[in-house]
Design a protein around this ligand. Structure first.
Ligand SMILES: CC(C)(COP(=O)(O)OP(=O)(O)OC[C@H]1O[C@@H](n2cnc3c(N)ncnc32)[C@H](O)[C@@H]1OP(=O)(O)O)[C@@H](O)C(=O)NCCC(=O)NCCS
Length: 195
């Protein structure tokens, strides 16, 4: 798909990265032909994790609508590929009108068997860079507090901090309530300012 107006900050894609174990991975933006690959990728996630990713990513209908309605002003979706297989994705969602139009919301996920190889770090740094080039001033990540303490600590290394905790805000599949942590990061104009 040729997205109008995507020249600027997306010109660097596709690009190659190397994981901690030496594996080479390609990072690029999502295309129309990625529906099957995305559906396949999310089959490798435990149901408990999919539940907290907000949308039913096991539903071909949802994936179809997502991929067919990519609108770069509102969403940038990046994937990581290994030998044609999608093994990670990041989504930056934006509002192009109103009081929250300076804020981007991030979601990211790596297939469990490819975790702890530095891929999440690559994807997060990359999307922060894109958000800076978009002129966004703040990033937000929502996390479930009890399930993800190690992820929360990792995200803090990128200068995100816990802005708020909404107690018993989230419900798991069994109907038990959990705290939602809202993590935010202020953005500056230079890539060097990330740390
Ligand atoms: C969060 C996530 C994207 C990290 O991906 P990743 O590829 O493992 O990331 P990295 O390899 O760069 O490692 C990130 C950190 O997590 C730690 N980590 C990775 N796998 C881990 C595991 N199985 N258990 C505990 N910690 C783990 C790493 O040690 C690293 O921490 P460090 O920098 O302090 O060493 C991945 O765990 C994931 O997809 N989780 C489910 C979805 C989710 O919760 N997304 C975030 C909110 S939208």
């Amino acid at each position: 798909m040729n997205y109008p107006g995507n020249a600027g900050e997306l010109k660097d894609y596709p690009k190659e990265i190397i994981l901690k174990d030496g594996t080479g991975v390609t990072i690029r933006t999502v295309r129309e032909g990625d529906k099957k690959g995305l559906l396949e990728m999310f089959k490798h996630f435990p149901e408990s994790e999919l539940w907290f990713l907000d949308h039913d990513l096991s539903d071909p209908g949802y994936i179809h609508d997502w991929v067919m309605n990519l609108e770069l002003k509102r969403e940038i979706s990046i994937i990581a590929l290994l030998e044609g297989r999608i093994i990670a994705n990041t989504v930056l969602r934006m509002k192009n009108f109103g009081a929250e139009s300076h804020i981007g919301r991030l979601k990211f996920s790596v297939v469990p068997s490819f975790r702890d190889k530095g891929l999440g770090t690559w994807m997060l740094l990359d999307i922060i860079n894109l958000a800076i080039s978009r002129g966004l001033q703040m990033l937000v990540i929502h996390l479930e507090q009890d399930r993800e303490p190690s992820i929360i600590n990792w995200i803090k290394k990128f200068n995100f901090h816990e802005e708020a905790v909404l107690e018993n805000y989230l419900s798991d599949r069994e109907g038990n309530f959990h705290n939602l942590v809202v993590m935010t990061k202020r953005l500056y104009l230079e890539w060097d300012d990330i740390y």
